[in-house]
Write a protein that binds this ligand. Structure first.
Ligand code: AMP
Length: 286
């Protein structure tokens, strides 16, 4: 057995004990919540935690409450063995892979109502998604009372929801949001990329290219978001993405739609390539 392989914990009392003991010994604990099927995007969060904390807890839990009935919960990739292998390069790391029955004990019915920043975009297309996300993240914060939790900008609106929830509910956790890690051709890394066929994988590169074109238009002085969004739609359509959930230019804090650009904005994209839903974003500060 690889001596570096991270300790795997399933028991919630055990993980709390480990975290509390580390903290009483003066250690700082970092938390990286994931659904597994780890890639370099996840590992960048672990790396960030390892650089700032004395112990990193990576949680791996495919959270059923954030998937709608027609979404990919059943087929979501579960690759615990290779996840543990990938995490072997970091130390000290503990993996918490809790049982669904412990996370959602029989009869549990309490949930977090997500903040207003979760209302638009993902919130409209996936109506119960952020309630599921906010609830599991708060639960994970309670299970693993770390000092800092690390999230990816890849899920931009999710990071906004979590930051606002922590403020609104006085949760004693620092939130750090880390940059998007991309494939060499620009595609944002995602556990869902493995669903893509070879030709879909090629089509998917149009997403980051569209973000690039939008940024370019802004840099060249275009301030009317409708003009930029029309061009984005044209790019995505020409590349034959299968459907476009939204392409928008929004205020990076409130996520309200921006009509005329006069400050920093975020471009948010959600599309289907084949049956796979992909999201990406870029913050632009001219
Ligand atoms: P997931 O396993 O998809 O729930 O993602 C777990 C965490 O990893 C979330 O905070 C994501 O935003 C983050 N993440 C996923 N993909 C990337 C990426 N390409 N770059 C940076 N962070 C990512």
């Amino acid at each position: 057995m690889n001596p570096q392989r991270p300790q795997l914990v399933h028991d919630l009392n055990q993980i709390r004990d480990i975290v509390r003991k580390a903290q009483s010994a003066g250690k700082k604990v970092g938390l990286v919540p994931t659904m597994g099927a780890l890639h370099q995007g996840h590992l960048s969060l672990v790396e960030q935690s390892a650089s700032q904390c004395d112990l990193t807890v990576v949680t791996i839990f495919v959270n059923p409450t954030q998937f709608a009935q027609d979404e990919d919960l059943a087929k979501y990739p579960r690759t615990l063995e290779s996840d543990l292998e990938l995490l072997s390069q970091f130390s000290p790391v503990i993996v918490l892979a809790p049982e669904a029955a412990d996370v959602y004990p029989a009869g549990s019915s309490t949930a977090v109502q997500p903040p207003d920043v979760g209302r638009l975009w993902e919130g409209e297309k996936r109506p119960d998604h952020f309630a599921g996300v906010a609830t599991i993240v708060l639960k994970l914060f309670n299970m693993v009372p770390a000092e800092i939790a690390f999230f990816g900008q890849k899920d931009y609106q999710q990071a906004c929801v979590i930051q606002q929830m922590v403020k609104d509910l006085n949760v004693p956790m620092e939130i750090q949001v880390c940059p998007i890690v991309r494939e060499p051709d620009g595609l944002a890394m995602s556990s869902r990329n493995r669903y893509l066929s070879q030709s879909e994988r090629k089509t998917a590169t149009v997403i980051s290219q569209t973000l690039e074109i939008a940024e370019q238009m802004m840099r060249e002085g275009e301030t009317e978001t409708q003009v930029i969004l029309d061009q984005c739609m044209q790019e995505l359509t020409a590349a034959h993405v299968d459907s476009i959930d939204y392409v928008t230019i929004a205020d990076p804090i409130t996520l309200e739609l921006v009509q005329t650009i006069a400050g920093p904005v975020v471009i948010l994209i959600a599309v289907y390539v084949g049956k796979t839903r992909l999201i990406d974003n870029r913050v632009i500060q001219l």
